[in-house]
Write a protein that binds this ligand. Structure first.
Ligand code: ATP
Length: 359
């Protein structure tokens, strides 16, 4: 943390009507790292972004960027002096300015020829080099968002902030754009933070993802860790599909369930000797015609390459299982399954039977 490029330390923010909108949030980024703040509506993501951009004074805590203190409760470097770029959900292009002038807007300090070269370089990077003389209303949503990105990175900011940049775009476009933007920012070595409530946006862009709930940062980690090693029920439920099934943790690496004994690495605190709710993701349950564990299909959802089956075991546990869609089964068919969870995510038991985490 001391040598990080960006550090947010113990950030606390209240609004008049609402205390602790952001509550002791701390995280750090290396130069060139991409992070996402992910969480349900109202959890405080945008407020963190506002503090990073200099529009919000913290009640407590400190923000440092590249060795310089940008925000404390007593001193806030104004937004225009931070060298921080911003992209918003609604693109916010100036409607009366051509695309080239939109992208060149923050480059007033450059000579005219340098400015034009920089604008062309940025437009080329986002694949919009043929749109220099076009007005914003002539662009699609995806094109506008590319231009907004080009405008934000044109002044070569130290930090790029993006607030739900893909939320007005349709699903397939937003996923493609997410991976495209990631590749571009990585190529340019730009450090960035994106706020989103959509886990797929976060998976597409973030090296690190921070999951927020009611002002608190619940977990900070890679998408893989958040999905497979959530530290809390909230993160387990917020990220991905799955079920909780009841079991008993007989020792640190072993849980007995109604459909057999499962062994794996323990992820959370030790609950040896206790009744637990064990998290099983659809990809922890493997289709295996040879297996002795049999389960009945009670629901199927075709997903293209795979089908997501909801299964009921003879012990009355409900499981989710992803099966290549060529292996097609009908409701009430019996199929063989094998549990392949190399890590055991358990929480002290709250429910009896299975609980769904379907989103
Ligand atoms: N200017 C403000 N004055 C008072 N309360 C505010 C203000 N801005 C936000 N809030 C409140 O603070 C809380 C957090 O808001 P924030 O916009 O940071 O959440 P968010 O996670 O970004 O939500 P969303 O995804 O809906 O944008 C909300 O309850 C909101 O109503």
């Amino acid at each position: 943390m001391p040598n990080s490029f960006l550090t947010v330390e113990q950030l606390r923010i209240s609004y008049d009507a609402q205390p602790s909108v952001v509550n002791n949030v701390s995280f750090a980024l290396s130069e060139g790292e991409l992070a996402c703040l992910l969480g349900p509506s109202g959890c405080g993501k945008t407020t963190v972004l506002r503090a990073l951009s200099g529009f919000q004074t913290p009640d407590a805590g400190r923000i440092r960027l590249d060795g310089k203190v940008l925000s404390t409760p007593d001193h806030v470097v104004p937004p225009e002096q931070r060298n921080v770029g911003m992209v918003f959900q609604d693109h916010a292009l100036f409607p009366h300015l051509k695309i080239g002038d939109n992208v060149g807007f923050g480059l007033a300090k450059l000579k005219a020829t340098e400015r034009r070269d920089r604008v062309m370089e940025m437009l080329t990077l986002v694949g919009m080099q043929d749109y220099y003389d076009v007005y914003p209303h002539q662009l699609s949503g995806g094109q506008s968002q590319r231009v907004a990105l080009a405008r934000a990175i044109a002044p070569r900011p130290k930090l790029l902030l993006m607030d739900e940049p893909f939320s007005n775009l349709d699903t397939s476009l937003r996923e493609n754009l997410g991976y495209e933007v990631r590749a571009l920012l990585k190529r340019l070595g730009i450090t960035a933070i994106m706020v989103t409530h959509d886990q797929h946006d976060a998976f597409a862009l973030g090296d690190q993802i921070g999951v927020m709930q009611q002002g608190a940062l619940m977990q900070w980690g890679t998408s893989f860790d958040l999905y497979h090693a959530p530290h809390s029920r909230f993160v387990a439920k917020f990220i991905g599909d799955g079920v909780f099934v009841s079991g008993e943790m007989v020792e640190d690496h072993t849980v007995i369930t109604g459909f057999g004994e499962l062994r794996g690495e323990r992820v959370n605190q030790s609950l040896a000797g206790k009744k637990v709710d064990l998290l099983l993701r659809p990809d922890d349950v493997k289709y295996d015609p040879q297996s002795a564990i049999q389960a009945r299909v009670i629901r199927k959802a075709f997903k293209g390459a795979q089908t997501l089956y909801t299964l009921l075991t003879s012990s009355n546990d409900t499981l989710l299982c992803l099966v290549p869609s060529h292996d097609d089964y009908e409701i009430d068919d019996i199929i063989g399954i094998r549990i392949d969870a190399d890590h055991l995510v358990c929480f002290e038991q709250q429910v009896v039977g299975s609980e769904f985490l379907r989103r």
